[in-house]
Design a protein around this ligand. Sequence first.
Ligand code: SF4
Ligand code: SF4
Ligand code: SF4
Length: 780
Amino acid sequence: MKFLVKSIKTAGVSLEDVEIAVGRLAIEEEWEPMGPTPMPKIETLRSWDMKLLKRYRPFYMPICDLCCLCTYGKCDLTGGKRGSCGLTIDAQQARIVMVACAIGAATHASHARELVELLIERYGEDWPIDMGGEIHVEMPNTRLVVGIKPKTLGDLAFALNYVEEQIVQTLAASHTGQESDYLDFESKALHLGMLDHVAMEIADVAQVITFGFPKGDPDAPLAEIGLGCVDVTKPLILCIGHNVTNSIDIIDFIEKSGLGAPGEMIEVAGLCCTAHDIVRYNKAAKVVGPISYQLKFVRSGAADVIVTDEQCIHTSILHEAQKVKAPVISVSNKALRGLEEVSDKPVDEIVDMLVTGKVPGVAILDLEKAAAVAVLTALRIAPIRKKFKVVPDKEELAKVASKCVKCGSCRRNCPIDLPIDEAVSAAKNGDLSKLAEIHDLCLGCARCESACPRGIPILSLITGAADYKIKTSKFKMRVGRGPILDTEIREVGSPIVLGEIPGVIAFVGCANYPAGGREVAIMAEELLKRRYIVVASGCAAMSIAEYRTEEGTTLYEEYSGAFEAGGLVNVGSCVANAHISGACIKIANIFARRRLRANYEEIADYVLNRVGACGIAWGAMSQKAASIATGFNRLGVPVIVGPQGAKYRRLYLGRKEDIESFTVYDARTGDKVWVGPAPEHLIYAAENKEEAMVMAAKLCLRPNDTTKGRMIKLTHYVELYKKFYGTLPPDLHLFIRTEADIPITHKFEILEYLKKVDWKPWERPVVDPTLLERLIRVKK
Ligand code: SF4
Ligand code: SF4
Ligand code: SF4
């Protein structure tokens, strides 16, 4: 903030027309000496990226080997051919990945900007960043990258300026005739991923400090989740998207209007990440579920009003909502859906327009007005709509299915090859069980419907057949707690870095699962039993909730919410992913006392070599998921994607036989030492959940593990491998440095194996590993 003072007179000073600037103290305060890379540009961390890319070489799987991005094209890039602009196929693949990361980072930055601007308007730019007594490193990503210790909402706006400027600069490299080298495109993708984590951190911290969300509370409350958790006899407002502000205004309006908490007289339910954030605000709201439930729930007709904000909203939402006569209110200018913008009209007039069906929906960019319209419309329209449904009842199902000619077009177009043709055909004869089975695996994309030549509403058939399951689908999810406490980091920093906690596994990302969300929960349960710290966010955190253990409880009820061995931590929505990268950064800073301020390379080097963390984005689908994963990669955290994730078209794979690439400096002596392929890959696509679990255990291995830590980590790797493949892992010898590393429970078997492969104890089993020459303490 700047203001002009016409004149100041004190005993010794007399000034006129001075401009005084306040509010940027965070930038100026010397809380820690400035590190080497404040506000890095494209080239600043390029040498770090090249170190990573030398070891983890991009592996491309072109989905399309043409380019049609400019009017010279389309260009065939196969067989070593170049495009008219000179571009090669590897650079084109890297460019597409970079553009995906730019889209993802821009989406979070835009989300953060909207939140911050609105919150400054409501709370003032001096609103303090207070994350509670147990969080002093309040924004590790921002401190690390931007080099500031933000104190106020105004500081967040300043940090966002940097993020936005860098996204524009980097995206410009994708224009025809700019960047041409695939590794440089990859470096830019990594840059964008890093920026994305700053943007996410800004978005989440802004909402945590203003809306009263939990501030790292391990005992955050449990909320209801599931397609059957809403009371459909009450008026119901369904909020879909990622920017929770309007949903919070809806809850506030309901309460101010004397209608009680959500669920008392009117239901407020959310889908996708908005749902996560609604229940962080008020646990009486309901979480319907991840993105894959969108069309299923809308078609159920339960929602009386549908409010859409931004991101991951099915673009046919208006069309679908019209089928069940539910008006749509769009509150984001990024998704106006062709609707009339009525922000200036009086509330009553808009409500009339919607209730009478004069318009199918409206766009309202005044969020408080949109909230009032949503509530008043829901109250008036609910008795009229009588929960209009397009999902056929049982009797109708066979009739609708009877049109099927079993052509198989639906199955061929299903992204996960579900046997829809057989299920619809069976339904013709009254057997609905096959359709009901498909329900649990179905992504809810409705691509099968578009492909059906007979116009059969296949998704509605699937939903109708599973009606009995849907009605009883009620679970508990611990609401997103936000960041990890500094005190928790102090407790677990040492056992994580020394390897005594086998690892931190983060289930992140969307719901494009190869075989249903249940797989995510099964993986989480296996790892929790093995005392990994399991962290979750976004759709994955919801899928974990929708599963019952043998005891009949959900994992959130059975396991502690603390960041500790065997703890299950739901951090919250997509933007809360920044708290997972933030925890890795805080381990380096709080536990190992590495300087944080603008010191990206050193911290990433620390994480890569010491912090046994790994992400599993089992249903990664969006561009945001691409940039989030790539941001983790730049920080030295490996990510496993599911089989659908291969469609991102690029993996970062290490070659364990390449000794040189897994050679590091021993910071104590300056010697170059081979440390084994740990971690082996940075982005890996697993074919099934079993492979993902085994790979996750392996990707938590780090060169810095103590012998005790390595033994514990290898125990899990060996046990999981034996459980799913029946033998010892074929690369086990590459990770055993001395006999003391060998898991006790399998010692004899492993010793025999080691003899067969002619294993020898390493000369230098324990080193102080780094990829950065400047960190060598003794110069030779
Ligand atoms: S950008 Fe290059 S490769 Fe792509 S269409 Fe244009 S000329 Fe061809
Ligand atoms: S596409 Fe339609 S007609 Fe063909 S098998 Fe599938 S449901 Fe039947
Ligand atoms: S809606 Fe379900 S069954 Fe249909 S194509 Fe999508 S995933 Fe396959």
